[in-house]
Design a protein around this ligand. Structure first.
Ligand code: PMV
Length: 341
């Protein structure tokens, strides 16, 4: 019988977006991406796993509801962890045969473009790695669950290298800087809606990869330069540059969605209102104080420095006197995934 392993993993929000795959099975991206990993105290996934000889099947519960374990992504993650465990000789043969039970929950809206799958798979893979005593880097296994999950394995600012190897061995995440490098950096999450998105990121990426001319242009001419620029801005703690690149990249990603055929949209009128408000706020401030970014959903993630948080909060509360959007403020995550919280 194994112990129950419980792990917490953070959400990461990209500032250079990953959009489009060159290999759908191995989840290999068309472009490098960059993100910041948020503190687990506000938004995280929590997963418990255990293995027992008497379990007849692998089973999983997500947010209290039993789901199928047959998903290829789930199967791939478990298979890969087990083959690593076999290669590293970390557990005995019998243990590898036992079935597992997984119980996972998020403390934030699932599948509403809030990187829930990133935290979920980073959490699952880290918990399994601990269960099977796997020591090597698990970012490439988390990637098999959900591409962006590989970035949640590290804290601070993280780059996912697209890589060029057909087998994906070089498509891994690495830390650009830990959160201690820029402790003033904060994220403000505005939950505009928590309904499940109409177009999943898998479907959206497939349509964009097959049909969008803008995506081709973005990958060839925009992302490489933006990646260099934002890494330099992070290293030099140049907030206005960081913010400008972040906003431009978010806007281009959503333009790619519209350039796809058939087109699909993730942002709502409220999301667009937030964009206008942030530009107005920056204009009135005389310099760029806040950046917005939107993933595959209507919710905004604002990046801003700590000194700006009270003023931006009161500005948002003034414009939206009701509790919609719901607001969450957080710093960045210092370390990797938290074990046994
Ligand atoms: O990893 P997925 O399949 O959830 O895709 C994530 C895509 C975006 O969130 C829109 C961008 C990103 O880099 O996180």
């Amino acid at each position: 019988m194994s112990d129950i392993i419980t792990v917490k993993a953070p959400v990461n929000i990209a500032v250079i977006k990953y959009w489009g795959k060159r290999d759908e099975d191995l989840i290999l991206p068309l472009n490098d991406s960059v993100s910041a990993t948020l503190d687990t105290s506000i938004m995280c996934a929590k997963t418990s796993v255990c293995a027992r000889p008497e379990f007849k099947e692998n089973e999983i519960w997500l947010n209290g509801k039993k789901e199928t374990f047959q998903s290829p992504r789930l199967q791939n993650c478990l298979k890969e962890i087990k083959s690593r465990a076999a290669a590293e000789n970390s557990v005995n043969e019998d243990f590898l045969q036992w079935k597992v039970r997984v119980c996972s929950e998020n403390n934030f809206p699932t599948a509403a473009g809030l990187a829930s799958s990133a935290a979920g798979y980073a959490c699952l893979v880290t918990a399994l790695a601990k269960l099977y005593k796997v020591k090597s880097d698990v970012s490439s296994i988390a990637r098999l669950g959900s591409g962006s999950a590989c970035r949640s394995v590290y804290g601070g600012f993280v780059r996912w290298h697209a890589g060029t190897n057909p087998d994906g061995t070089d498509s891994v995440a690495s830390q650009i800087e830990g959160s201690a490098h820029w402790p003033e950096m904060h994220a403000l999450i505005l939950v505009v809606g928590d309904t499940k998105k109409k177009t999943s990121s898998t479907t959206g990426m497939r349509i964009s990869t097959q049909t969008s001319e803008l995506l081709k242009h973005r990958i060839k001419y925009c992302v490489p330069q933006r990646t260099d620029e934002i890494i330099q801005a992070i290293k030099q703690k140049d907030f206005p540059k960081f913010a400008e690149v972040t906003m431009k990249d978010s806007n281009q990603f959503h333009a790619v969605c519209l350039d796809s055929y058939p087109p699909f949209v993730y942002m709502t009128d409220v999301s667009h209102l937030i964009v206008d408000l942030i530009h107005k706020y920056n204009e009135l401030s005389g310099s760029t104080k806040v950046a917005y970014t939107f993933d595959a959903g209507p919710n905004a993630c604002l990046y801003l420095l700590e000194e700006e948080v009270p003023q931006v909060l009161s500005f948002i509360r003034h414009v939206f006197p009701s509790s919609n959007p719901e607001l969450f403020v957080t710093g960045l995550k210092t370390n990797e995934v938290t074990l046994n919280p």
